[in-house]
Design a protein around this ligand. Structure first.
Ligand code: ADP
Ligand code: ADP
Length: 222
């Protein structure tokens, strides 16, 4: 599903590499934690996978496609099968929950009735179908993250990328969020979750890929 070969990424010439000669294989349907101290390269790895950044060297294959070669015109197609969740949610504050979650389907040009069915189902799945017409700032942080996850899942992604999705949430709320990732994974989505949260990994042990200074220092399944 995801293959990296000798991937190097530096943001500036002469600066030390954010990722250095990274080799990685993640099979379809895996659930993988990306761990490591701040600055280790976790976000950079995720950014390369959704083409927000390009590597300086090396090859990245996603679903058999070499994404280091694709032109900007094809990036939207790649993103159609990739859901992304950020620590700070990145919801549109002047849009309702419904509108936030509908957005990726509108971009794909889906029909209106398809959109409303799918958005309703997905918000139901994350437990927020009673708040369709609320705005993000009327919700708690945990609820906002559920909306962000609904927005990522509404496209039925092959891959779900999450960058410190529970970084600002308390532990009870975190467990609920992890359940949503588990659910998506159980339905076949490959999940990559960057986190500092050891307790999460202890409670839900899955493959761990540890980065340090842009290098892979550990890869194990507890
Ligand atoms: P992590 O997510 O593990 O905290 P990052 O991937 O954000 O690590 O960062 C890896 C390294 O790349 C760090 O040294 C960071 O300062 C650097 N870096 C990240 N983004 C940028 C950027 N946009 N411009 C310059 N340097 C960056
Ligand atoms: P769980 O097993 O986590 O309780 P289910 O897979 O049983 O969840 O799903 C509950 C309901 O939510 C079902 O009606 C299902 O169709 C719907 N659902 C689940 N995941 C999604 C999704 N990603 N998008 C839209 N609807 C979903």
């Amino acid at each position: 599903m995801i293959q990296l070969y000798n991937v190097c990424k530096s943001y500036q010439k002469d600066s030390s590499a954010a990722l250095h000669n990274l080799n990685l294989k993640i099979p379809k349907g895996d659930f993988v934690y990306i761990t490591g101290p701040s600055g280790a390269g976790k976000s950079t790895l995720l950014k390369l996978l959704y083409c927000a950044e390009k590597p300086n060297r090396g090859q990245i294959l996603v679903n058999g496609q070499n994404i280091t070669r694709i032109g900007t015109g094809h990036i939207p197609l790649l993103r159609r099968r990739t859901g992304i969740v950020f620590q700070d949610f990145k919801l549109l504050e002047n849009r309702t929950l419904f509108e936030n979650v509908a957005f990726p389907l509108e971009v794909q040009g889906k029909k209106r009735y398809e959109i409303s069915n799918k958005v309703y189902q997905t918000l139901k799945h994350v437990g927020l179908h009673g708040k369709l017409h609320k705005y993000p700032l009327q919700l708690s942080g945990g609820e906002q993250q559920r909306v962000a996850i609904a927005r990522a899942l509404v496209i039925d992604p092959l891959i779900l990328l999450a960058d410190e999705p529970t970084g600002n949430l308390d532990f009870e709320v975190t467990l609920g969020i992890v359940d949503l990732f588990k659910g998506a994974n159980a339905r076949g989505t490959t999940v990559l979750l960057a986190t500092h949260n050891r307790e999460m990994i202890r409670r839900f042990p899955r493959r761990v890929i540890a980065l340090e200074n842009g290098q892979l220092v550990d890869d194990y399944t507890p």
